[in-house]
Design a protein. Structure first.
Lengths: 354, 354
């Protein structure tokens, strides 16, 4: 298969972990006889420095044309500490999601048995966790109208949803649930929020088309608790943009490292694959960042194009790295392996699994 | 001291746990020679059934006059399953907070060593947790303008904050931090939300008046993670209404039971004390609800009036109940003690500590 892949490293550890993913994709090309073209483009704080824009036009154009986008991470301390900056790195990621209509963010959270000691949760609670979060990604309060009064003493953000916005991600979530354990949990705050009540109404209506999937509803505050007390109860979680942000970050930590989890952002015509984690600017250039989340994102990319054998080759190689303890510091405090070495190990294991 | 205390049992297990708190307050009266007057009033789903209103006028009037309010819990399955209901039990609680201007919700989260086995978190992570959450309680998205389009396909909620709303709870939080470990963590989403950026600006400004308190900022998604990975890092957490709802529910579960934690809601002229937990309608009337959160709320009430010795008598009696394992099922799965028995044990221990 021929694929044109846009590489958006972004800020902090983004470029470093992305480089490991490219190693793995090259190993896949070699092993399975595919031909992938890689084109780099800038986004985030680095793009602001270079072009004044967090999402330069050239980057957006490339992303539209590409078959898939591999994204690193975004955000820098400089901006985190300067809440007044009008042009912000995060606008690069939000803009990309909005421009390409990447309305669904899919985040699998699966506990690897070999890493169970790393979870902050007790073993009997976390063992067997295998859930996937479907987060609506282009609506809600993160994209709603913002305003600040002229004298700067009053500020507001609007959380708005339409039936259509809710419907398209809901269908994806139900389809996934059908292929899994047939349970879907809608997380909202319908006892207080009007937008949540629209979610509940719309999702309940759509549920009738998926009679073999059980629909459950849960308030966000309780869901945040249940992720800690009983994560194995979940199969598919469906929720809005902000609640999904919180729950998926929680999901990443219960499996023992924020550095392990991939994600996919899906639109009607484009698909972007990126690690769960942020730009972790403190670790930039130190060769300590965990590349596994980014590498597993490439497995989601391959799966998206039906290359299941290839995706499995990546997952197997990652598993092997856990078993051989070729992991970064965040996974094993005594580890001496860096980002590069872990990327080499996994990519070599793809080419030569024995 | 003479105190007039309004008793608002509310829904579900609310009245049952409140009854145990009254036993304890009577024990305090007897032991320390005080005279408390108790006046009951209805609120929530039960008030809707009786009067059509979740917060009847008579209830509000009583609460205004009383020296303190002891609140049970609110919410029933009937309404949770009916998102379309226009009159809702939660409006009783939200209304009370708004009418009385209870702008700050204070939620201490302290790990009891004797209960550490109950935490879903590993012992080395949770041991020593001792934090207090200051949640803004009358602003933000829960109280913002709500709308739904005429055809019912578009819904929105507004999250709005003013400098004044942020300022008054911020001062309380800094004052508490000064008396504690002198660290305050502001939780927001300032990289995306305009309202969060106003929080950051306002709190940073106020911080200058408390130079001995260290101010730290954290995004809500990261804070939800840090509550699981490293809760001992926190001293005072300051945050908005919705983020505080999520974090304080998380806080309640890391210490091993949602049934253990009290809270206080403070306004300029009124103060209300209530357990952390909800109405748990499934347990109503079964004599299995944990009364400790409600009982510890009475300790916060006594403290509010400077009755520190009396408050300590309650905390000691609760501690004794843990040591003697006179606890409800949620704390110890093999326990045979019910709500009533635990309430009797604690109140008797107040009168006769040996
Ligand atoms: Mg996040
Ligand atoms: Mg709550």
């Amino acid at each position: 298969m021929q694929l044109k892949i846009a590489l958006l490293g972004g800020d902090g550890i983004g470029p470093e972990v992305l480089a490991q993913s490219v190693k793995c994709l090259k190993a896949i090309e070699e092993t399975f006889n595919h031909s992938f073209e890689y084109v780099e483009a800038s986004v985030g704080a680095v793009a602001i420095s270079n072009t004044g824009k967090p999402l330069p036009d050239a980057t957006l154009k490339l992303c539209r044309e590409a078959d898939a986008i591999l994204f690193g991470a975004i955000g820098s301390l400089e901006y985190d500490n300067n809440p007044d900056a009008q042009v912000r790195p995060e606008q690069g990621l939000l803009g990309l999601r909005k421009e390409l209509g990447l309305f669904a963010n899919i985040r699998p959270v699966k506990m690897f048995d070999s890493l169970i000691a790393n979870s902050p949760l007790k073993e009997h609670i976390v063992r067997g966790t295998d859930l996937v979060i479907f987060r609506e990604l282009t609506g809600g309060i993160y994209f709603g109208k913002k305003s600040i009064s002229e004298d700067g003493t009053r500020a507001s953000d609007v959380c708005e949803y339409t039936e259509d916005e809710i419907g398209r991600v809901t269908h994806l979530a139900f389809k996934a649930a059908k292929k899994r354990r047939k349970k879907l949990t809608l997380v909202d705050k319908a006892n207080v929020l009007e937008s949540s009540r629209l979610w509940r109404k719309t999702v309940s209506e759509i549920a009738k088309s998926y009679p073999d999937v059980e629909l459950q509803t849960m308030f966000i505050d309780n869901a945040a608790v249940q992720m800690m007390m009983n994560p194995t109860q979940f199969d598919v979680i469906l929720t809005d943009n902000m609640f999904g942000d919180i729950l998926s970050d929680q999901g990443s930590v219960i499996i023992g490292s924020v550095g392990l989890l991939p994600s996919a952002s899906i639109g009607r015509e484009n698909a972007m694959f990126e690690p769960f984690h942020g730009s972790y600017p403190q670790a930039k250039g130190k060769n300590i960042a965990n590349p596994v989340a980014s590498i597993l994102s490439t497995a989601m990319l391959l799966q998206h194009y039906g290359l299941n054998e290839e995706a499995n080759a990546i997952v197997s190689a990652v598993n092997e790295s856990f078993i051989k303890k070729v992991v970064t510091l965040d996974v094993l405090g005594s580890s001496k392996y860096g980002t590069d070495y872990v990327g080499d190990f996994i990519s070599e294991h793809i080419v030569d699994p024995d």
